[in-house]
Design a protein around this ligand. Structure first.
Ligand code: SF4
Length: 184
């Protein structure tokens, strides 16, 4: 069976690909993450996703579309991740349908930092909307293995989820401690 795998980054792909290959799927990767901030980070993740695909001998579509402005403009006041998952999974499902894949899934289901049930629910919604199967698997069971593989292969491991907010949240705690008021 041909499966289109939405690919968020390199490290999340290792265990996901391993499991899918074990199940005899014919994998094609689909990198579509238009709100990763800053642009250099976006490129770094894209390049490292490519390296992982090469290691597995997997072909991939790399959508170089970068649209942080549109993301920020259309962002609802609450639940930014819900909106972010929707953008990525909607296009993945539509692309899978258009290109005659049997199924789609996402490496987001590997990360223990993501809202697993929300991703699953959104993917199922687009599965019905586009009439294309969604393959669900809880790839989190391979969290340690995936990290180990990424380290052993010198794959870039990001320090935050991706968008500008997650970048700020990652570093703000450290910075807050030291800066109260600065006049220089
Ligand atoms: S934290 Fe991650 S999933 Fe949530 S909006 Fe930012 S990039 Fe998307």
């Amino acid at each position: 069976m041909r499966i289109l795998v939405h690919q968020c980054c390199g490290p999340c792909s290792f265990f996901t690909f391993e499991i899918l290959l074990k199940s005899q799927f014919e994998i094609t990767a689909f990198f579509y993450n238009p709100n990763i901030h800053p642009y250099t980070e976006f490129l770094k993740r894209l390049e490292n996703a490519k390296i992982v695909n090469k290691l597995f001998n997997i072909k991939g579509y790399f959508y170089r579309f970068y649209n942080i402005i549109s993301f920020l403009k259309n962002l609802p006041t609450s639940n930014r991740c819900f909106y972010c998952y929707n953008i990525r999974l909607k296009l993945t499902a539509a692309y899978a349908k258009k290109n005659h894949f049997d199924l789609f899934t996402t490496t987001l289901l590997y990360s223990k930092y993501q809202q697993h049930d929300v991703i699953k629910q959104i993917a199922q919604k687009y599965s019905h909307m586009y009439n294309i199967g969604f393959h669900y698997y809880d790839f989190r069971e391979g969290w340690e293995k995936g990290i180990e593989r990424a380290r052993n292969n010198n794959i870039y491991m990001q320090k935050y989820c991706g968008c500008i907010f997650s970048e700020q949240e990652r570093y703000i705690k450290k910075i807050k401690k030291n800066i109260k008021l600065e006049y220089v």
